[in-house]
Design a protein around this ligand. Structure first.
Ligand code: SF4
Ligand code: SF4
Length: 430
């Protein structure tokens, strides 16, 4: 894929030779002709056709679409991620939770009384008719299913009669899902995410048990129990982490679809010197997107979370100014009630933004601005779809939450360009 740019207009030449235009502020996607492409790649066009095309591009760049809206997230917590266990029965090679799911403070049992108080406090702020979600996380949360049952029951009682859309989610490795646990999750209409990195030959290597054996068989048994109650779950999706340890996106996608997942969430674990793996990941993800679109058009492509999000933003013409809601709409609570903005900041005293029912508003206020402005993304053509990037990746790669990682930007822009290509196909060619 090649690209050319004039201010907020990006032209993309796809591998198939089509030329697409993207208006970064207005979130418009259009087909362009050869004259427009030539006018953009030639910095000093002189032929009458090229000059006319250049004038049209400049006019398009000046256009302000009144329909486009900014999605800014207000500083109201509407999503809690709660660690109900800080131990894990697996030992994934790339674990970002302290290497063993403990975040440096192993806990099989968590301080339920503190967590009740926190849930009560945050739910109290939700207006009638509002929404709230609680994600149970760990470590492996299903090490402690009783905590999930008790916390969910408590949360439901807090919203009784208030017409609040309360949702429960769990992110699990799936190995501990018995028929009884599947039934409990179904009763909560839980949205279940199973972490799995692909077919057994990959997943057994990247996600071994603590004893060093492959975990795929155990995950598949748990998945079967979930599939048995799937019609009563909120949703069932797989989450795969790629990185230097694994870049086989296409094989993973095919496997996950074959074993019954409806949706897949792909992420890249950044680390030092990951440029080669990152580029391979982009190539594989692009091939995967092409295959998904070929096989099932937009609906199939949108089973991959990244593409679903960007299609939605382009359709609704909503500018995403924050890569995530960490510290704004979204807080993480560890097993002792210590709060942080993002799940990967748990266990770092300097990132604690509250404890129990005491919120440190000064520290939380540091997350209040738009990420795409805080991170200096003003001249990036992808700024309203990327939303300024991930603070955790930035910290891993650059040592600062607010200093961008060049490889993240490279990866993200390439994947967004692929999304634009398929968006044009879905909206204007079918
Ligand atoms: S791709 Fe990079 S520069 Fe562009 S919005 Fe995302 S973080 Fe900012
Ligand atoms: S900072 Fe990064 S890892 Fe943390 S919630 Fe935001 S996007 Fe996710």
């Amino acid at each position: 894929m090649k690209s050319a740019r004039f201010n907020d207009i990006l032209a993309i030449r796809t591998e198939g030779g089509k030329v697409l235009g993207f208006h970064a502020r207005n979130l418009d996607v259009a087909h362009l002709d050869e004259a427009a492409w030539n006018a953009l790649v030639d910095s000093a066009p002189s032929s009458p056709d090229a000059l006319e095309a250049r004038a049209e591009i400049e006019e398009w760049n000046r256009t302000q679409d009144p329909a486009v809206q900014d999605r800014d997230v207000a500083a109201h917590v509407r999503h809690l991620l709660v660690n109900v266990a800080q131990v894990c029965n697996l030992k994934c090679t790339y674990c970002a939770a302290g290497g063993d799911g403990s975040f440096g403070d192993p806990m099989k049992h968590v301080e339920l009384e503190t967590l009740y108080e926190q849930i009560r406090m945050f739910l109290h702020d939700v207006p009638r008719g509002g929404h709230f979600s609680i994600t149970f996380f760990g470590g492996e949360p299903l090490v402690n299913p009783e905590a999930i049952r008790l916390l969910a029951r408590y949360a439901k009682l807090q919203v009784a009669g208030r017409e609040i859309d309360l949702r429960f989610k769990v992110i699990t490795n799936g190995t501990l899902v018995t028929p009884e646990i599947a039934e409990m999750l179904a009763n909560l209409r839980c949205h279940v995410t199973v972490s799995i990195d692909g077919p057994p030959e990959i997943n057994d290597r990247t996600r071994p048990t603590r004893g060093g054996r492959g975990s795929t068989l155990l995950t598949m048994r748990g998945l079967q129990n979930l599939l048995n109650v799937k019609d009563r779950l909120g949703s069932l999706q797989a989450a795969s982490i790629f990185g230097s340890h694994n870049t086989a996106v296409l094989a993973t996608y095919r496997y996950l679809r074959s074993v019954g997942f409806d949706f897949v969430k792909f992420d890249f674990a950044a680390e030092a010197n990951d440029e080669e793996a990152s580029q391979r990941y982009v190539e594989e993800l692009s091939e995967t997107a092409d295959e998904a679109f070929r096989n099932g058009g937009e609906a199939e492509l949108r089973r991959i979370n990244l593409f679903d999000g960007w299609f939605g933003a382009l359709d609704e013409k909503v500018r995403l100014n924050n890569h995530c809601g960490a510290g704004k709409t979204h807080l993480t609570i560890d097993g002792k009630g210590r709060m942080s903005a993002c799940q990967w900041f748990v266990g770092k005293a300097e990132d604690e933004v509250g404890r129990g029912t005491q919120v440190d508003h000064e520290k939380l206020g540091r997350y209040a601005g738009r990420l795409n402005e805080m991170h200096g993304c003003q001249s990036c053509w992808a700024r309203h779809l990327c939303g300024g990037g991930c603070m955790f990746v930035n910290e891993v790669k650059t040592g600062s939450k607010h200093k961008k990682d060049a490889e993240f930007c490279n990866r993200t822009r390439n994947i967004i360009a692929k999304a634009i290509e398929h968006y044009a196909e879905a909206r204007y060619e079918s």
